[in-house]
Design a protein around this ligand. Structure first.
Ligand code: FE
Length: 246
């Protein structure tokens, strides 16, 4: 069965990385919740998609250049006045949920990995007894290499359309193999059965991201990819349930 991952807690249903979205996801009959993490200047780990607060909240500026007090005062758009969560709060929401974590390491506002950040995030999951149900993802292979130094949990390489075009399928497979990456995810619109077959034949798991419309969700389910992320987890579950009945 194709796994569903609620992207940022279901952005198009609950707002971007909101407490309501994550609380709802923890109770959904799906397999994973996807979220992104950023550090503050005073050492907190914030669950938010963008490196800055500009696009998704009533505040501005890079999360990594502000104190946790300032970042946590931001009000998230479409959240009914909720504030960003710290990673430990997210762990508490999912403490007794069977939904698994898919933690994405995003770059800073300049596109670079945050220094010394990976071990702190891994340590937080360990402290909260959540590491055993956490997988990691990133568009940056350097991050994936660093994660492997600190954890043997699964690592998923998010392959952007530009990288897929530049490297080609063979180049992507070669890169994954060279770095012991056992799973990749591509944008749903770049996924084809031929690409999936080549990746699977190379012994690498294949998933998709950004399946937000009915058409995209149905495509991922029909292809039978391992997992896909969606900003509309409720819609994805409805379509999956319907397809299982048919
Ligand atoms: Fe993400």
């Amino acid at each position: 069965m194709t796994r569903i991952a609620a992207h940022r807690g279901g952005t198009l249903e609950y707002g971007d990385s909101t407490p309501a979205g994550f609380t709802a996801t923890a109770k959904m009959e799906l397999e994973e919740v996807e979220f992104d993490v950023h550090p503050t200047i005073d050492g907190a780990i914030i669950v938010h998609h963008d490196a800055t607060l500009d696009r998704t909240t009533d505040r501005t500026g890079a999360i990594a250049e502000q104190t946790s007090q300032d970042v946590l005062a931001a009000v998230i758009n479409y959240s009914q006045n909720a504030h960003p969560l710290r990673l430990e709060q997210l762990c508490e929401i999912f403490q007794t949920s069977p939904v698994q974590f898919r933690c994405e390491f995003k770059p800073d506002r300049n596109g670079l990995p945050y220094a010394q950040f990976v071990p702190r995030v891994v340590a937080m999951f360990e402290e909260k007894h959540m590491l055993g149900k956490t997988g990691f993802s990133s568009f940056l292979v350097d991050y994936l290499d660093e994660i492997a130094l600190h954890s043997d949990r699964p690592r998923l390489w998010l392959v952007s359309p530009a990288i897929l075009m530049q490297l080609g399928t063979k180049g992507v497979i070669e890169t994954a193999k060279n770095r012991q990456i056992r799973e990749i995810g591509v944008h749903i619109d770049t996924a084809t059965p031929a690409l999936m077959t080549m990746v699977l034949d190379a012994g690498i798991d294949f998933g998709c991201w950004a399946a937000h419309t009915s058409e995209q969700i149905s495509k991922a389910l029909t292809m039978g990819v391992k997992v896909f992320t969606s900003d509309r987890p409720s819609l994805a579950m409805t379509i999956r349930n319907q397809m299982q009945k048919d």
